[in-house]
Design a protein around this ligand. Structure first.
Ligand code: FNR
Length: 342
């Protein structure tokens, strides 16, 4: 199977597999404030994260590119929505376009559609500094995501089996490129120790890419005859992973993602310590099933609802929402207790 056929397979299975909602956000509750002492008009979203100026805490996470006309169209539509709604947007892994020039146009379209927006390049941790620079140049990216997808690779019969040296390779990229580096997971979450290791080499931000949404173990297991079903339930739920990460080094910004489908999960993710929240499968499904206008309306509704939630909590800014008081119960309470995180 060609790389571009595999990409389209991923999109198809991601849409079918859907969001399972085992993110642990149900274990998180806001503590109601009867005296929030602010007005709806006081709420602002603007913030600077790791050198990026963001007008929304929502970003479109890495999904596509490199699969010919279909992924070209999806990237074009996502870029138009990102521009209209003022969201940062990451593209899918660009390795295929670095190896095959004929795929470049499926990525380049995002910069053409959104000339002054925040765009994020994407490669795996096998990339060299030269490949990182080429991926950034391809879309004139404002930042580079480096994805870690060990479980996805191990689940794929044709996947990688060699994972040593990733931290050293990421460090080499950080030294040679001049945009912020975001290291991300793809739906299995990051623990505190991983975030500490990444912080120690100068990573600007991590996207913990937690468990509970798009599940690449399940997707690869469906595509393959030799199933490794034990990985289907593997991973750190998104709400728990954000909390783990926010108790690691303070020098790294935390981005949260993985199974986010509502304004309340968005707000909870920020209150647990994330500066911004990435949406992938949920947005893709709306775009493919209902079209570009429906996706724009969904994002507008998320912005409106987040404003209302922040007002109820008395949080005028994303930084203030990060300090909103929460109650943690159930599995998440248990997990954090055993890990010595309070
Ligand atoms: C992805 N994701 C992804 N991530 C990455 O770093 N590089 C990539 O090329 C891709 N490709 C990709 C394709 C498709 C179809 C989907 C749905 C997802 C992972 C994505 O960025 C995100 O980390 C996970 O999907 C978890 O978020 P959601 O989907 O649960 O919101």
């Amino acid at each position: 199977m060609s790389r571009s056929e595999r990409k389209w397979d991923h999109i198809r299975y991601a849409l079918e597999t859907g969001q399972k909602r085992s993110t642990a956000f149900d274990d998180v509750q806001f503590i109601h404030q009867s005296l929030p002492n602010i007005n709806v008009s006081d709420v602002t979203f603007h913030q600077e994260i790791g050198g990026l100026s963001l007008s929304s805490p929502i970003f479109i996470n890495a999904m596509t590119g490199g699969g010919g006309e279909k992924t070209y169209t999806l990237n074009k539509q996502l870029a138009i929505v990102a521009k209209e709604a003022g969201l940062a947007m990451a593209v899918g892994s660009q390795m295929s376009a670095l190896k095959d020039q004929s795929e470049r146009y499926t990525y380049e379209v995002v910069r053409r559609e959104n000339p002054s927006g925040v765009l994020i390049a994407n490669l795996g941790s096998e990339a060299t500094p030269a490949q990182a620079k080429a991926a950034i140049d391809m879309i004139e990216a404002n930042a580079l995501q480096i994805h870690l997808n060990v479980i996805q690779e191990l689940t794929m019969p044709e996947g990688d089996r060699e994972f040593s040296g990733a931290l050293k390779r990421i460090e080499a990229i950080i030294k040679e490129v001049n945009v912020p580096i975001i290291v991300k997971e793809v739906g299995f979450g990051m623990c505190k120790e991983t975030v500490e290791s990444l912080s120690s080499i100068g990573v600007s931000a991590v996207d913990i890419g937690g468990f509970g949404g798009t599940n690449f173990a399940e997707i690869e297991n469906k595509r393959s005859e030799k199933s490794q079903a034990f990985f289907n339930q593997w991973g750190i739920p998104t709400a728990i992973s954000i909390t783990e990460a926010s108790h690691a080094s303070k020098s790294v910004s935390i981005l949260g993602s993985g199974g986010i489908t509502s304004s309340v999960e968005l707000a909870k993710g920020i209150a647990l310590g994330a500066s911004a929240i990435g949406f992938a499968g949920f947005f893709l499904k709306i775009l493919v099933d209902k079209g570009i206008d429906a996706l724009y309306e969904e994002i507008s509704a998320l912005h409106d609802e987040l404003t209302i939630i922040m007002t109820a909590l008395g949080a005028k800014s994303i930084q203030e929402l990060q300090r909103a008081p929460l109650m943690i119960s159930g599995q998440m309470h248990h997990w954090l207790n055993q890990r010595g995180i309070d």
